[in-house]
Design a protein around this ligand. Structure first.
Ligand code: KG4
Ligand code: ZN
Length: 375
């Protein structure tokens, strides 16, 4: 009999529930995104996020069970995100998970959201019959995080899905997360929220002509595995201020977004060649920095593979560059599929599985931990 875990995720602006068998087979995965609610504010509004989680949590969990063809009694455990994240949002999932676990007399497994992102890669790799070799270097890159970890197996005999991992943090952003930089630059350019997906597509449409501005290598004093993205965002801000000719197209795009015209084919005609090249240079600078710092950590620690996860791992240029750079070093780079890159509950259920097996359970005193570290 397989072990079936219901995962619950509510750390930011996605209410998600999923059922995963034995930490590797996704029986269902339901994600209710709140993007439409937060879009008009240009970012996640914590108060609105918690209220929306409250509205969504019951139907989302029901849907996850229905899609898996299971009832509550068929579950072996409930895994819930403990942190890091927005405290009010986390509390909704935790209160619901605790109540469910207590009503059903099932074990409750607390999960670190960041560990969920790591397991998303192993879930995906399992589907293709390949598991990342350990020790691995792992880049978690999203709207809230940009962190490099070393990932090792705590118990090498357990096999990857059942293994508890041990983490060591090697570096992290000192200011903005990479996804935050995407979101802020998109806002400056009148391209709506979230910024990553549209900037990714516009960069690909930019051609090769020189950019109106260049971004140098990002300099970091001290730990070379740390990141800093606020300087790039500020450089874009100053460039736009110094060149008022961008203002009319920015306004035109903001109006288009207001009308709900957010698709590439609707926004592309509203972008001048200079804007497209600016976006391309921005993306080049972010991707180059993420890949180089991660690969230098992989080299330094003689890692056996490279793992990239989190919302920004959906970026096409980041994926292509990692695949190429890793291959040059004789390594394989692993990513989740795009739906598993952004926040979801399948990764939470998968991360809960080895913890459940190891008896790492929570009781009714479990609380939200807004800045819960992974290492
Ligand atoms: O992991 P996630 O869903 O939520 C957080 O934990 O933050 O990541 C969301 C972030 C947003 O900043 C969004 O702009 C970014 O991931 N993102 C992307 C792409 N798709 C999503 N960034 C760059 N390229 C993309 N294709
Ligand atoms: Zn996340």
């Amino acid at each position: 009999m397989s072990i079936r875990i219901l995962g619950i995720e509510s750390s930011c602006d996605e209410t998600a529930a999923a059922v995963v068998a034995d930490g590797r087979e996704i029986l269902s995965s339901v994600v209710a995104s709140q993007i439409d609610i937060h879009r008009k504010y240009g970012g996640v509004v914590p108060e609105l996020a918690s209220r929306e989680h409250l509205r969504q949590i019951v139907p989302v969990v029901r849907e996850a069970l229905a899609q898996a063809g299971l009832s509550f009694n068929d579950l072996d455990a409930i895994g819930v995100t403990e942190g890091p994240g927005l405290v009010g949002s986390l509390l909704v999932g935790i209160a619901y998970g605790k109540t469910l676990a207590s009503a059903l007399s099932k074990p409750l497994v607390p999960v670190n959201h960041l560990e969920g992102h790591v397991h998303a890669v192993f879930l995906e790799a399992h589907k293709s019959g390949k598991a990342p070799e350990l020790p691995a270097i792992c880049l978690i890159v999203s709207g809230g995080h940009t962190i490099i970890y070393e990932v090792k197996a705590r118990d090498a005999s357990a096999g990857n899905c059942a293994a508890l991992f041990a983490y060591r943090k090697l570096g992290q952003t000192r200011d903005d997360a990479a996804g935050e930089a995407y979101d802020k630059v998109a806002k400056l350019l009148g391209l709506g929220y979230p910024g990553g997906p549209i900037l990714d597509r516009l960069a690909a449409a930019a051609g090769n002509a020189p950019s109106p501005m260049q971004f140098g290598h990002i300099k970091i004093r001290g730990n070379p595995h740390d990141f800093s993205f606020s300087g790039i965002k500020t450089a874009v801000l100053y460039h736009l201020r110094e060149h008022p000719e961008y203002a009319p197209e920015i306004r035109a795009r903001e109006e288009a977004i207001e009308r709900g015209e957010r698709k590439l084919e609707q926004l592309l005609p509203l972008c001048s060649p200079a804007t497209l090249r600016l976006v391309r240079e921005f993306q080049n600078a972010v991707v180059r920095d993420l890949v180089e710092r991660t690969m230098s950590a992989a080299d330094e620690l003689s890692a056996a593979s490279v793992i990239v996860s989190g919302g920004v791992a959906a970026n096409s240029q980041l994926r292509a560059t990692f695949v190429q750079r890793a291959a040059e070093e004789g390594l394989t780079a692993y990513f989740p599929s795009r739906p598993l890159s952004t926040d979801n509950a399948a990764m939470i259920a998968a991360a809960a599985y080895p913890r459940f097996r190891a008896g790492l359970l929570a009781d009714h005193s479990l609380n939200a931990s807004a800045s819960l570290p992974l290492a």
